[in-house]
Ligand binder design. Sequence first.
Ligand code: ADP
Length: 499
Amino acid sequence: MAAPAHTMPAATGQAQTYGNYIGGEWRPAASGETFEDRSPANTDDLVGRFASSAKEDVEAAVAAAAEAADGWRRTSAVARANILHKAAEILASRQEQVGRELTREEGKTLKEGIGETGRAVQILRYFAGEAQQPSGEHYPSMNPLTLLYTVREPLGVVGVITPWNFPIAIPAWKIAPALAFGNTVVFKPASLTPLCAVRLVEALAEAGLPPGVLNLVTGSAGAVGDPLVRDPRIAGVTFTGSNAVGADLRKIAAETGAKLQLELGGKNPAIVLADADLDHALAHVVSGAMMSTGQKCTATSRAIVDRSIAAAFTERLVEKVKALKVGDPLQAETQIGPVISEDSAERIAGEVDAARQSGANLLAGGDRPSENGHGRGHFVAPTLFGDVDPASKLGQEELFGPVLGVIPVDGMDEALAVANTVRFGLSASLFTRDLGKALTFAREIQAGVVHVNSETPGAEPHVPFGGMKGSSSYSREQGKAARDFFTQTKTVYIDPPPA
Ligand code: ADP
């Protein structure tokens, strides 16, 4: 790929510097300041330098988005769809390179990095098609001569705030529908993964988005995120991240009146009943808990296992968890990369220690590997606890790392009660051959995404995604549900003039 236009000249071997994208131009932060982005697998590896923006950059981006809003709203859905299609093809042509950059920047394995980039392509294609689907309904009126219909119109300028754990897929699934349905966007990515954000914006910009329709502002939560959500010109905010930040955003949106969409944490259960195919359940529980180093909001963190098989199942889990290969995510044989940051690694290790000290039964992991050069990365060993008390912190709180707890239960009723006794409700799995129990589970589990005989993280991009209870703000993303958030309804009565 040719060097992007915004890359400042860099001596050979030096990291590149990337700007903000505002009003159709790549430019440095007004202050000229930058911040560093380093690989979590090896902190000697400087991925790039990015604009360290502040309120004035946010204001310029919101002004550009506000200025572009009328033109974009009036652009035909077909023209918008064509741009999304083209962006999809541009990104597809770079899938391997961007996937590799994703792995270098975020730390998930290369297979996952390339796979996630492919998912972003698929999302862009899906919303190109969705842009041309019906955008309203026709109703009979009390007056037979009245034309009575509804039409879904864009909100205006939307703020998109994204986390680091799916650094290209989550931005794509927020930005693609926002644009498809006629909104303009100010995008603030997580400051731990700004390169993926740049790559997505490049594809959309090169596909022909008019200036100001999509704006990227990189920088910290306080200096960029906060002024963005407080800006009175922002009509909607879509956010994926922690419950703590979500709680703050609820207060701010209550003051500004912006429409708000929150996708937050999970404490996702996988229930394994005695009649399940145990090989299959084991494979899905381990992969659901450990892939992406456990850093998915849909990751399995509780294996709720029928007591009659709990000992045997746990023994096999220990073997499988211990056999996972931790290391450089760019190496093909690696199964588990680092966690995102030293803060994260220390926090997880601290929680694991605290659990151990309060009597939890550590069966695998629990340490921070330092051999084979791991000392320069933020590595945490895949960790398994047995006999976890469902009411303990380990049984209740999201750790966002490669940590799984086994909770033995007596039968389906107790399994469901335990599964539901948490403040979250994002995703949940049941492993069984019993159709009746599968139906009961699908009916009774408090989760927005429900799996029978597959792992908790599975989420296809063309169906609604989101959680119940503390896991979201009752709205759903992706699929047809995306239109609900990114549009508002106008009801139109057209009567003929009196004859
Ligand atoms: P994570 O650590 O999973 O990324 P966070 O909730 O800390 O979760 O952050 C998610 C995104 O929200 C990031 O882009 C972050 O910079 C941004 N953010 C964090 N705090 C705020 C805030 N107070 N206002 C706006 N954005 C914020």
